[in-house]
Design a protein around this ligand. Structure first.
Ligand code: FES
Length: 563
């Protein structure tokens, strides 16, 4: 492409070949006259709207606001669809398709006459899939997320998906909630458009986009149903014209400084463990290697400031009225790289200088944090040589240092078949272990890591146990749950060698996760094991099985990283 031309799209429209002429004819067929379209930048509105993704169901409407902003600022908006990943509907997991969506986004942007892009995402995997694709396409881009749901109200209580669904499911299993109550809760739990209203993965990834400088200030917390969400979308349509003029591409925004800002933000908001995988994957697309040690180092010097479920008490709507993400970033102050660039064309510091905490119960001051350390901790040891994660801010403090007897499940089906069997030998201080749930074993590393507490223990009043797997965990879940054990069991990690009755040590302050079994015996067990899963030999699954990387590499495909 000839970069000396005014716009990237000139290479499509101002060429003597027949297709140049036809592209202009096609634009005219949509009612654009030369007087309006000539010489103007073309802005793609990359939309992950789908009725199969209920969290993104309002994004067609939001696209209209983006178009207003683009037209007002002198651009030509062109909305186009990309793959959408609905967390509830896709089986075995939307994560299996994140890389495919990123390829759709990248190739759709690269193949078309786009000078700039506004991306509309929301549900868990759509935001990281889009950011990965945009990073690879490297055309000036602004991320707009769809915003969280409004609070749900049920019998006088404020609720948010899906933290409270999980909490009440435990009560149902314990016999403290009736089936009628459970159905009544279902009627009320999602009260508006938008993504889950707690600090789950969708909210976390919205915050990651904002703290990376890829989304406008305030993007994270504005509820989907609030008129401010449309105003922000219009602002994005306006702003993208400016970043096109400055050629402010993702490769200029996504630097090590911006990733460190995002990681500090992740810890300060008590964000989802999933964000670590996604940040590593986004960074890998622009040639930045993030290892787990960076996350752990910054965790030790970043307090949790946000009192939101599942780490705290409040909901995303409260977060918005308390000042939103700019207020947290301002409170973090000099621990951030305030000179990092952003899609406003200004620095992070300039974006947040006027932000203020308006409710210090929701957004805590540095002097009164929810946790002195960040929400996430990286554990290593004989059970997880390449790392594992725990959301310590949502765990039971008394279980953070624990030794327990392993109760092993071979996979998700085995766990479902046996967990509530009255004959299952399990005690409250045992450690529930599940394998064959990682990137290959799942496949797709499903969010199975939040293993249910056995019903007979629930009836005894037990609500938390140490649980360990190579799966992921929903950002909305809680408890002393260790996930992303790497290497996964399918790859022959030590998780594959555990037998029921082995002892496991977890020491979160010491950052250790150890299998208390002699190393020689572990190796002997591993050499006797057989691979349990054979993935299909055709289509996308064939590509996936051949090229997916482990969790510590972001579960990206090896051929998409630029490291
Ligand atoms: Fe879409 Fe929770 S189901 S964000």
């Amino acid at each position: 492409m000839n970069r000396s031309r005014l716009h990237r799209s000139n290479d499509w429209f101002d060429t003597p070949e027949l297709y140049g002429w036809l592209r202009n004819a096609a634009l005219k067929s949509r009612g654009f006259t030369d007087a309006v379209s000539k010489g103007r930048p073309i802005i793609g509105i990359c939309n992950s709207w789908s009725e199969l993704t209920h969290c993104n169901d309002h994004l067609r409407d939001l696209a209209e606001s983006v178009k207003r902003g683009v037209l007002k600022a002198g651009g030509i908006p062109m909305e186009f669809p990309v793959m959408s990943l609905g967390e509830y509907n896709m089986r075995p997991t939307a994560m299996l398709y994140r890389n495919l969506m990123s390829m759709d986004v990248e190739e759709s942007i690269k193949a078309n006459p786009l000078d700039g892009v506004v991306m509309l995402g929301g549900c868990d995997k759509t935001t990281p899939g889009m950011l990965m694709g945009a990073a690879s396409a490297d055309v000036p881009t602004i991320m707009v997320t769809g915003g969280p749901q409004l609070k749900a109200w049920w019998r006088g209580e404020e609720l948010g998906t899906c933290t409270d669904c999980r909490r009440y499911q435990n009560e149902l299993l314990a016999g403290r909630l009736s089936q009628d109550d459970w159905i009544d809760l279902q009627e009320n739990i999602i009260s508006s458009p938008g993504h889950c209203g707690v600090m789950g993965t969708a909210s976390t990834m919205a915050a990651m986009a904002e703290s990376l400088g890829m989304a406008l200030p305030g993007n994270t917390a504005i509820p989907a149903a609030h008129s401010d969400r449309k105003k922000l979308a219009e602002w994005a349509g306006h702003s993208v014209i400016e970043i096109v003029k400055r050629d402010l591409r993702p490769s200029k925004l996504l630097t090590m400084r911006s990733f460190e800002n995002a990681i500090r933000t992740l810890h300060a908001i008590g964000g989802s463990t999933n964000a670590i995988i996604h940040l590593i994957a986004i960074a890998g697309r622009v040639g930045i290697y993030l290892n787990l040690d960076v996350f752990d180092r910054l965790s030790k010097s970043t307090p949790v400031l946000l009192n939101l479920k599942p780490s705290g008490q409040k909901l995303m709507e409260d977060f918005y009225y308390a000042g939103g993400l700019p207020a947290i970033l301002n409170e973090l102050g000099n621990s951030l790289h305030l000179n990092a660039p952003s899609v406003t064309g200004k620095s992070m510091g300039a974006n947040i200088e006027n932000a203020r905490i308006r409710d210090d119960d929701v957004i805590r001051n540095l002097s009164n944090p929810i946790n002195k350390e960040g929400g996430l901790a990286v554990l290593k040891g004989t059970l997880a040589p390449d790392g594992a994660l725990i959301k310590q801010s949502a765990a039971s403090p008394e279980l953070l240092v624990h030794r327990g007897r392993a109760v092993v499940f071979e996979g998700h089906d085995d766990m479902l078949n046996r967990i509530d069997n009255p004959d299952l030998e399990v005690k409250p201080d045992d450690v529930l272990v599940m394998r064959n749930s990682g990137p290959l074993g799942g496949p797709g590393m499903p969010e199975w890591g939040f293993l249910p507490i056995p019903r007979k223990l629930l009836k005894m009043g037990i609500r938390d146990m140490v649980r360990i797997s190579d799966a992921r965990m929903s950002g909305t879940a809680f408890g002393t749950v260790v996930v992303h054990v790497t290497p996964e069991s399918e790859k022959g990690g030590p998780l594959a060698a555990i037998c029921t009755g082995d002892m496991i040590d977890i020491d979160v302050p010491g950052r250790r996760l150890d299998l208390m079994v002699d190393g020689q015996l572990v190796n002997q067990r591993l050499s006797n094991r057989k691979n349990t899963r054979s993935l299909t030999d055709r289509g996308y699954m064939w590509i996936y099985a051949k090229h997916v990387l482990q969790a510590d590499k972001g579960c990206d495909f090896d051929f998409l990283r630029t490291l």
